[in-house]
Design a protein around this ligand. Sequence first.
Ligand SMILES: [Zn+2]
Length: 73
Amino acid sequence: MPVFEYVCKSCSRQFEQLVRHGDHPACPDCGGEELEKLFSVFAAAVGGSRSGPAPGPCGTCGDPRGPGACSMN
Ligand SMILES: [Zn+2]
């Protein structure tokens, strides 16, 4: 399950959040949804290694929603 790290654009709070398909994370402090996604961390330490390219910024889809956005579809 992907964990995304965000920075709130309103209060600059930085936090990590599990985001499932269709979820819209909000700032735990101010509830703001204007968030900047920093990067994603997959729980590979628990679930073992994934085959294929390492998880990280998507270099193929160019999705404006940010790195990894295409994998949420
Ligand atoms: Zn905030």
